[in-house]
Design a protein around this ligand. Structure first.
Ligand SMILES: Cc1cc2nc3c(=O)[nH]c(=O)nc-3n(C[C@H](O)[C@H](O)[C@H](O)COP(=O)(O)OP(=O)(O)OC[C@H]3O[C@@H](n4cnc5c(N)ncnc54)[C@H](O)[C@@H]3O)c2cc1C
Length: 436
């Protein structure tokens, strides 16, 4: 017999990434009774938070989650979702979201930028070697600009950001969606951690609640409205189990690789990640300054071939340019637990073009040509699995009454840029609509 864990809420929200956390905060501020369910726990107070051990503990499959094609996906499962391990980059939504899909979140994004004081890091904190890459890019005609950040050095006692920032922020400079959860809890939201939602309870054509497993025991919870914000992999799985078979058919990822070159001087490893970027919207990719954290370097690059981990002792001398590719919708998240993300021919051609540009930039920045190589593919933006225009209307509603989705799975196309600001904007807009 399932345990019933609430009387009856106005809204149940599943997941505490930027989508769920923002909704919880905004709806509670609008006076709604919110039940917020999260399968992970709050890892921030743990001594291992922001360490390599931590990343193994709180990432799905100990960071060894792979697609059928071998692409490595990092999927943090914890309070705050992937913002606990993100690089803190911010980007306004692409114009096509408004013009092609009628999702206008300009006001919500502007409000968030002010509220969280989103701005590039100051000149002196962008890193000498990172700036060297950006200058090399500029001298070749690519207009690199300082990357907007969800990072405020003034929030930390001592700003100590480097590639390891992706393991979890220990210095406190980086904003994390768990902070919105803290505010929501203070304002009265009921947060339950360790609560994995498996299914939406649907009666006739209406969503009336959810069921899942809480600390090993089955539970049910009921509300007037249900919003899934369990991320690009979690949300389609819940919808599939609820009978919406189209969920998870097709996926986007902003497929990511790094191109490395070695120099004699210090590289970018101990500098804040992604301080400079350049976008190529015509071809559909973004470049930025980034390398793998020290201990992850040999693990990831051993997937490329035996000789690559041997460069590990030179980790301090790497210049790295990250490519984020606007991949076409392909593959998907399937009910048997498998994930597939094949690159289309078009994706491969564009990836090669981006790699050639990276090579030129790295050589211009002083890297020896024979040291340059591209890392294996990985995915940090699982998305586009419950797309606007396919399964959702432009207000994020599903075909089921009272059932909404608000997270990265809603993207109708690969965003090809940092996702979090767009997700926050969409969540603020949905909260205002539901509050009316
Ligand atoms: C290493 C890395 C670097 C990144 N860098 C950036 C960056 O610099 N800028 C940027 O904008 N984006 C970045 N991203 C991407 C960004 O963090 C994600 O796209 C974003 O957090 C997705 O938000 P979301 O709300 O869709 O889901 P998530 O953040 O994935 O949150 C989903 C939440 O739902 C919970 N959940 C899942 N399934 C269930 C279930 N069944 N029941 C209950 N709870 C569940 C999860 O535990 C999680 O807390 C990065 C990601 C990674 C991994």
């Amino acid at each position: 017999m399932d345990t019933r864990i609430n009387k009856h809420a106005d809204v149940i929200i599943v997941g505490t990434g930027p989508g769920g956390a923002t909704l919880a905060r905004e709806l509670t501020n609008h006076g709604k009774e919110v039940l917020l369910l999260e399968r992970g726990i709050d890892q921030r107070p743990k001594s291992y938070y922001g360490t390599y051990l931590g990343a193994l503990i709180y990432s799905d499959r100990r960071s060894l989650l792979f697609t059928e094609e071998g692409l490595n996906i990092i999927r943090p499962l914890m309070l705050g979702g992937a913002t606990s391990m993100y690089c803190g980059c911010a980007a306004p939504p692409p114009e096509w979201l408004k013009t092609k899909y009628q999702v206008n979140i300009d006001n919500e994004v502007a409000e968030t930028m002010t509220e969280l004081e989103i701005a590039p890091l100051p000149d002196d904190l962008r890193g000498k070697a990172s700036t060297r890459i950006a200058e090399a890019g500029r001298s070749l005609g690519y207009d690199w600009t300082p990357q907007l950040k969800f990072m405020r050095p003034s929030r930390s006692k001592q700003f100590a950001c480097g590639a390891k920032c992706m393991l979890g922020c220990r210095c406190g400079a980086k904003w994390n969606a768990a902070e919105y959860v803290d505010e929501a809890v203070e304002a009265g939201v009921k947060l339950i951690i360790n609560a994995r939602v498996d299914q939406v309870i649907i009666e006739g054509e209406h969503a009336i609640g959810v069921r899942g497993v809480l600390k090993g025991k089955p539970f049910q919870a009921y509300a007037d409205k249900v919003i899934l914000a369990a991320g690009g992999i979690g949300t389609p799985r819940i919808l599939q189990a609820s009978g919406l078979k189209q969920a998870g058919v097709g996926m986007t990822m902003d497929v990511t690789v790094m191109v490395y070159g070695f120099i004699k001087e210090k590289g970018i490893g101990n500098e804040p990640p992604m301080t400079w970027s350049w976008e190529n919207p015509e071809t559909g990719y973004m470049l930025s300054t980034l390398i793998d954290p020290w201990l992850l370097y040999p693990i990831i690059n051993s997937l490329k071939g035996l000789r690559y981990p041997l460069y590990w002792p030179k980790w301090n001398n790497i210049l790295g340019v990250m490519i984020k590719l606007k991949d076409e919708v392909s593959g998907g998240v399937f009910p048997n637990g498998k994930i597939s993300k094949p690159l289309t021919n078009g994706d491969q051609v564009r990836l090669k073009q981006a790699e050639d540009v990276c090579r030129k930039i790295l050589i211009e920045a002083g890297a020896k040509p024979d040291t340059i190589f591209m890392t294996p593919l990985r995915g940090t933006h699982p998305s586009g699995t419950v797309r606007i225009g396919t399964m959702l209307d432009s207000n994020l509603k599903t075909e089921i009454e009272h059932l909404y989705v608000c997270d990265a799975s809603t993207f109708p196309e690969a965003l090809d840029r940092p996702t979090v600001l767009t997700i926050i904007g969409m969540a603020k807009r949905l909260a205002s609509q539901l509050a009316q």
